[in-house]
Ligand binder design. Structure first.
Ligand code: SAH
Length: 214
C-alpha cells in the first residue's frame, strides 16, 4: 500500500474541507497517520474518518484535526496544553508547529501507546501526564494555547484560567452523541471572547466529579 500517495491525497482533501493554513497542511502531510491506528485499520488511515483506538475512544478525523489546529494559530514559540492525548496524532501535529506540547490523557494504556509513537518518530518536545485534563496542568501554567480533543458541556473555566492573556483555547462544546461546535475562546484583559467555528462529533470529556467515581 502506498501511504505516501495517500498523504498527498489527504492534503488535497483538507483543502476542500476548508483547511487553508499551509503550515498545518505540511505538518499533517509529514505525519504517517497509519502509525496511530490499530494495524487492522491501517488501510483506512487516510480516509477523512474518525477511527476507533480502543477504550471507546477515537482518533479524530483529519479534517477536524486540521480545522482545530488551524484555529489555534500556532507559532513555534508557543507552549500548548492538549487535553485528551488519545492516539497522539493531534499531539504530534501540535508538536511540529509549537515549541512544546503538554498533553494529558486519563487512559494509561492509550497514553503508553502514544508515548511509544512519539519515541519511534523521535519527537522530543512533548511532555505527557496520565490524569484528569479538565483541571489542566497547574505546574506548567500559563499556556499560550489549549486544545481540548473531547467534547465539553461548556468552556472549562479552570482551563481558561491557565491561558496567558491573549491566549487561545479551541474546544468542542456540546452534549455527547449530538452535534458539537468547535469553539475558539480568546482570553482578553476583560474576560473571554468566544467564536463558534463549525459542527463536529467528539467522544465526551469526562468531568472531574465523574472521574472520581471510576
Ligand atoms: N486527539 C485524540 C482524540 C482522542 S479522543 C486523537 O486524535 O487521537 C479524546 C480523548 O480524551 C480520549 O482518549 C479520552 O480518554 C480523553 N479524555 C476524556 N476525558 C478526559 C479527561 N477528563 N482528562 C484526560 N483525558 C480525557
Amino acid at each position: 500500500m502506498n501511504f505516501d500517495h495517500r498523504r498527498v491525497q489527504i492534503v488535497l482533501a483538507l483543502r476542500r474541507l476548508g483547511v487553508t493554513d499551509t503550515a498545518v497542511m505540511a505538518a499533517m502531510e509529514a505525519i504517517p497517520r497509519e502509525l496511530f491506528v490499530p494495524p487492522s485499520l491501517r488501510r483506512h488511515a487516510y480516509q477523512d474518518a474518525t477511527l476507533p483506538i480502543g477504550y471507546e475512544q477515537t482518533l479524530s478525523q483529519p479534517s477536524v484535526v486540521g480545522i482545530m489546529t488551524q484555529a489555534l494559530r500556532l507559532t513555534d514559540r508557543m507552549k500548548v496544553l492538549e487535553v485528551g492525548t488519545g492516539s497522539g496524532y493531534q499531539t504530534v501535529v501540535l508538536a511540529r508547529l509549537a515549541r512544546r506540547v503538554y498533553s494529558v490523557e486519563r487512559h494509561k494504556p492509550l497514553l503508553e501507546n502514544a508515548e511509544a509513537r512519539f519515541q519511534d518518530l523521535q519527537i522530543n518536545n512533548i511532555t505527557t501526564k496520565c490524569g484528569d485534563g479538565t483541571i489542566g496542568w497547574k505546574e506548567q501554567t500559563p499556556f499560550d494555547r489549549i486544545i481540548v480533543t473531547a467534547a465539553s458541556l461548556d468552556v472549562p473555566p479552570v482551563l481558561a484560567d491557565q491561558l496567558t492573556i491573549g491566549g487561545v483555547m479551541v474546544v468542542p462544546i456540546g452534549l455527547e452523541s449530538t452535534l458539537q461546535k468547535i469553539v475558539r475562546v480568546t482570553r482578553t484583559m476583560n474576560g473571554l471572547e468566544t467564536e463558534e467555528l463549525r459542527d463536529v462529533n467528539f467522544v465526551p470529556l469526562i468531568p472531574t466529579e465523574v472521574l472520581a467515581k471510576v
